[in-house]
Design a protein around this ligand. Structure first.
Ligand SMILES: O=C(O)CCC(=O)C(=O)O
Ligand SMILES: [Fe+2]
Length: 262
């Protein structure tokens, strides 16, 4: 793994050492204050390109194309909102998904399963343990966005999202986010409406470099990936970890996300 990840800069493999503890502390502090942390240069030079070349053949021929209109909640309705409330404004998402079962033996899956990474992430997130997902499709997804495509405004279902950018778009394809737009006890529908109308001055744009690991607290921070422009597709791996071992999606969830149950 030391040829794949920059373990000199990010000493995940030295659990318990002073430098490991410093990294856990700094990452946890960034999560608390900024809602995210980024490990730029997490992948050694040339590794992102290698990972992309492993995935490109299946991405080009067998990825699942997801194109749909949805609201920021990914729900058909919200009981306390009228159907025409501006917080329910629909937006369009288009992406291409490759599932874990299509990339067996890949560099990306080896990183996902790397036990020191799983242990480090748990420590940074303040959890006793994290586990890889058991679901053969959902455990890791690689998403591609081509010119004109975007992942539109949403809140995440899980508290944290862990991604690894493999290839950046020439332009666009940036992570735009509005920190703490809502909270567990205040849905702030008017604030959501303002954001969707493009009138929230607190929305920020983050331009990630290929090879960066991003851990993001997205449950109450609205976010989107802006529309990709140019020839080069944006390609990103999304890692799913859970506090419980053995997590699986239902057949319905798999069909909904990937167009197939197995
Ligand atoms: O592609 C990204 O940078 C963000 C992904 C994301 O928001 C998600 O998977 O929920
Ligand atoms: Fe998200």
């Amino acid at each position: 793994m030391k040829d794949i990840l920059d373990l000199d800069r990010y000493p995940l493999d030295r659990e318990g050492s002073p430098e490991w503890k410093r990294l856990v502390e700094a990452s946890g502090a960034a999560l608390a204050s900024n809602g995210m942390f980024n490990f730029e240069g997490f992948l050694r030079p040339g590794i992102a390109e290698r990972a992309v070349s492993e995935i490109r053949p299946v991405m080009d021929t067998r990825s699942h194309v997801h194109k749909r209109m949805h609201n920021i909640y990914f729900k058909p309705s919200i009981p306390e909102l009228a159907p025409d409330h501006p917080a329910l404004r629909k937006v369009e998402t288009i992406s291409h998904t490759v599932c874990a079962d299509q990339i067996a033996g890949s560099t990306v899956l080896a990183i996902y399963e790397y036990e020191p990474l799983v242990r480090f992430l748990a420590a940074a997130m303040g959890k006793p343990r994290l586990h890889v997902m058991q679901d053969p499709l959902a455990r890791t997804n690689v998403m591609a966005y081509r010119a004109g495509e975007a992942l539109n405004w949403h809140f995440d279902r899980s508290e944290f999202t862990t991604t690894l950018l493999l290839q950046a778009a020439e332009r666009g394809g940036d992570l735009e986010y509005r920190t703490d737009l809502r909270s567990d006890d205040n849905p702030n529908y008017d604030g959501v409406a303002r954001l969707l109308e493009g009138r929230d001055p607190e929305a920020r744009i983050l331009r990630l470099k290929a090879g960066t690991l991003n851990v993001f607290r997205g449950k109450n921070t609205a976010h989107r990936v802006t529309t990709v422009e140019g020839e080069r597709e944006r390609m990103i791996a999304v890692f799913s970890y859970y506090e419980k071992p053995g997590v699986m999606f239902s057949d319905e969830e798999r069909v909904g996300f990937y167009g197939r149950a197995a």
